[in-house]
Design a binder for this molecule. Structure first.
Ligand code: UT7
Length: 324
């Protein structure tokens, strides 16, 4: 039986840092409100880099760290809801930029759960023997979708990209168990990039409202209800207890959500990793950015076992047990 071993992690975030005080100059908000309600203090915003640019930065770092020839890459998956174009996919743009001419490349759109969904797909290709390796990236330039007059959303999100290089192994490692779900009936609680069906023969306006809209309270309730259930069911399925976990890495949306998840699961906060203070909510990039940081800080080492859990627009959620 094959498993997908995580060989390398990498990240690429825009240089420009925007603090809560910077935002307070353009919208009616303040540092105290943003940090006490969300845990966010700063975020990185694009200076002009688009999603494929930062995703390419990640791919190059993964190639270098894994010591892989781009010609040997089998699969490139980019999870994103903020692609440069509707087509070509961001994954195809990355493939072109790195010269991975033998790879199959496509995008996955599952918002803040996107990296989890993407890694799950890559794992299935590897487990089934179809491909021997994959690059999986979460990449977002969400700032281009923010309504800077809506203080309820523009203070929460940030831009960034990160990912992993995974490779086939017969050792029992990598993705060991997963639990995922979707609830499309509640999808209107978090929308963005609407594209109306106007054409030359109907009277539908093509004028789109691209900006993100979020019913924050509804998403907060969804996350604090669904994530604990998802993680609990994952742990039962995998037969692991809290003591078996070295870390829990949740999607970096809000520190209050993480505290509630910790309480409901009876998993102490010191097992949870958070860095939303530095990056804000980068949707599909939030889990891999944090994962890369944990590896770089030595929090995750060879043999570490933990849970990744994502949740967000769609609505979607996904938790996975991984071993490094
Ligand atoms: O990545 C996926 C998903 N996204 C999330 O997980 C986000 C989930 N939701 C949340 O994190 C929280 O709901 C928020 C951080 C978005 C909001 O926190 P809240 O405690 O639910 O606040 P609220 O929306 O109920 O707003 C409370 C007050 C309101 O004022 P009034 O009506 O009580 O006078 C808002 O107008 O805070 C006001 N407010 C702000 N004040 C200063 C909303 N945004 C701001 C702001 N600065 N930026």
């Amino acid at each position: 039986m094959y498993f997908s071993k995580i060989i390398a992690t990498g990240a690429c975030v825009p240089d420009m840092i925007v603090t809560n005080d910077d935002l307070a100059k353009i919208v009616d908000t303040n540092d105290e409100w943003i940090s006490s309600r969300s845990g966010i203090k700063r975020r990185h915003f694009s200076k002009g880099e688009n999603t494929s640019d930062i995703a390419t930065g990640v791919a190059k770092e993964l190639i270098q760290k894994a010591g892989i020839d781009p010609l040997d890459i089998d699969l490139i998956i980019v999870a994103s809801v903020s692609a440069d174009y509707t087509t070509p996919s961001t994954a195809c743009l990355v493939q072109g930029n790195i010269g991975a001419v033998n790879a199959v490349a496509f995008d996955v759109g599952a918002a803040c759960s996107g990296f989890i969904f993407g890694l799950s797909i890559a794992d299935k290709y590897i487990k089934s023997g179809v491909y021997k390796n994959a690059i999986v990236i979460g990449a977002e330039v969400l700032s281009k979708y923010l309504d800077f007059e809506d203080r309820g959303t523009c203070v929460l999100f940030g831009d960034g990209a990160a990912g992993v290089f995974v490779e086939r192994t017969e050792e029992r490692t990598g993705l060991l168990a997963e639990e995922m779900g979707s609830d499309g009936a509640k999808g209107m609680a978090l929308t963005g990039g609407h594209s109306p069906a106007g054409n030359a023969f109907n009277d539908v306006t093509r004028q789109a409202k691209r900006e993100l809209y979020m019913d924050g309270r509804a998403i907060f309730d969804f996350a604090t209800r669904t994530v604990p259930k998802s993680v609990k069911s994952l742990m039962e399925k995998a037969g692991v207890t809290v003591d078996d976990l070295d870390f829990v890495l949740p999607h970096q949306a809000n520190s209050r959500i993480v505290e509630i998840i910790s309480r409901k699961l009876k998993i102490p906060m010191d097992k949870f990793y958070m860095n939303m203070d530095e990056y804000g909510n980068t949707s599909s990039a939030s889990i891999p950015i944090a994962l890369n940081e944990m590896v770089e800080k030595g929090i995750i080492k060879e043999g570490s076992v933990g849970v990744l859990t994502g949740f967000g627009a769609g609505l979607t959620w996904g938790s996975m047990l991984i071993k490094f």
